[in-house]
Design a binder for this molecule. Sequence first.
Ligand code: FRU
Length: 615
Amino acid sequence: MKKITDRIKTAILAGTTLIAPAIAFAGEGVEVNHLGVNNTLVRVTGDSNLLILPVQESIDDARINILVDGKIAETIYVRLAQSKTDFTVPFDLSRYKGHNVILDILAPHDRSSIREAKDAVCWEGIHLADSFDTSNRETKYRPLFHHTPEYGWMNDPNGMFYKDGVWHLYYQYNPYGSKWQNMTWGHSSSADLINWKHEPIAIRPDGLGSVFSGSCTIDNDNTAGFGKDAVIALFTSAGTSQMQSLASSTDNGKTFSVYPGNPVITLESEARDPNMFWNEDTKEWNLVLAHALDHEMLFFTSPDLKNWTLQSAFGKGMGAQDGVWECPDLFQLPVDGTDAKKWVLLCNLNPGGPFGGSATQYFIGEFDGKKFTADTDANGNIPTKWMDYGKDHYATVSWSNAPDNRRTVIGWMSNWQYAADVPTSQYRSANTLPREMKLFTQPDGQIYLASVPSPEIDALRGKVVSSLSGKSIGKKPTAVSLPATNSGACEITANIDAKNASSIVMTLANKAGDKVVMTYNPKNHTMSFDRRECGIIDFNENFPAVTVSPTFEQNGKISLRIFIDRSSIELFGNDGNFVMTNLVFPNEPYSTLSLKSEGGNAKVESVKVFSIKQQ
Ligand code: FRU
């Protein structure tokens, strides 16, 4: 039912003709005043916690200044629905209780008349509410055991820290749509790295800009003066330019106060994604900052997290140099589980990944608290190394203060090439599984980074639904079935001796004809992952792809742990020595895995398919 606002009623009773401003229909407690082709004022006259905004994804953003008692309190960008509503998003009014709130809306400049402005379906759809339905509408593709935002867009993981038994995960978040915009720190927490609780928004844009990626640390000795054990966040304020800002939390990361002295670091060129840590050797804070367009990382020191001194730069001309360098991380790890240690510099870059778009490269070397020096190979070159050989692994960084000296990381499971086009709409993007970092040495002396699923993930294993053991396979495919319980989600383990074969072909398939083909080539020591026929692929030309990884083995034996979670596949090979993370959008869940061997028989020592325990 359309509601006629009191003002219209009054105007009609008074016999006035409504010429301008025209007051349109809207929900009760919301008054819409059109001021011209592109400008509309929405006045909130009722008293509720939420204002529900209709969104149409194909429309450009409207700029909305939120006026509170006549002053601009914040500016948000929303694709307000013009001809149809794809979904709605809530705007939180509870922060402005007892104040006058007006939305001053500047629509994209492509309307031709006031009629078109008035006809936009959003005006009838805007309404007040006290609750917002977040129940899952993405039953086909929302993962069962990976972290996703309740609704809206997510990219990089940010500011992760562990404290008092809780893993905190912040993330680049758009609360007002499922495409990139309004960068805000969303927040989730977990006691087991599997079950995530959605927490209230942690840091919102302010006058310096939106809140880009960054890190958190625990200030055990109160060096910054916000209190002992305060959680300190450093992030990039992205306004007209990029600068680094600080925020502090004294309630374990639930709420943050932005530091009034921001920004704490300014440079004359684009730099972002500060990653800081306490250096026990030098007894001062270190920070790595991505000097994005210069393809280098900058290293700073500080006694108090507020005053930072630039010490050095690393990276020009080294490793993969395409695109921009982003989201650094720097940490020390034991080599091959011994007492020897090396520093690892994570360097995300976009584009320029091995299969197009975004990816994570890393450098192994030494860091003396001021300067990072990369190890060279036998020829004196600094080799380019990749952390994951799929297309959907980006912005990976680690938790600070993780227990038991663990170095636990998580990535964004998408690719900037097509992240905004993937076939989900209530939410967009999931995180990878959390992974533990290890270093291993190859016969040529080179040290590489391995990623093993975090041990907490083992708790997901349900029943073995099908298996093979001690079976010789040849050209004729042998199939095992995937679980019907929690269908679309499972873990598969496989140990195969392929030294007498030229390739092992493992195919995931369903009755709709979709398939994913994973091929191990023991002669070339490679694994390939072909998703060109995995299901829905036509939403972006860069999505269909074959990715290839080195397998880092010498003996033709392969051991795999494969996690399938509705729209993602993570393949961990040879105890995490190689990983391939790829999204897939099957028309229906894959129901079988078939295996065959070419160029000679192979021995399947074991294959086990586990269902996933109901979460
Ligand atoms: C990486 C990135 C970061 C930036 C953030 C903005 O994906 O571009 O460099 O801080 O995303 O959302």
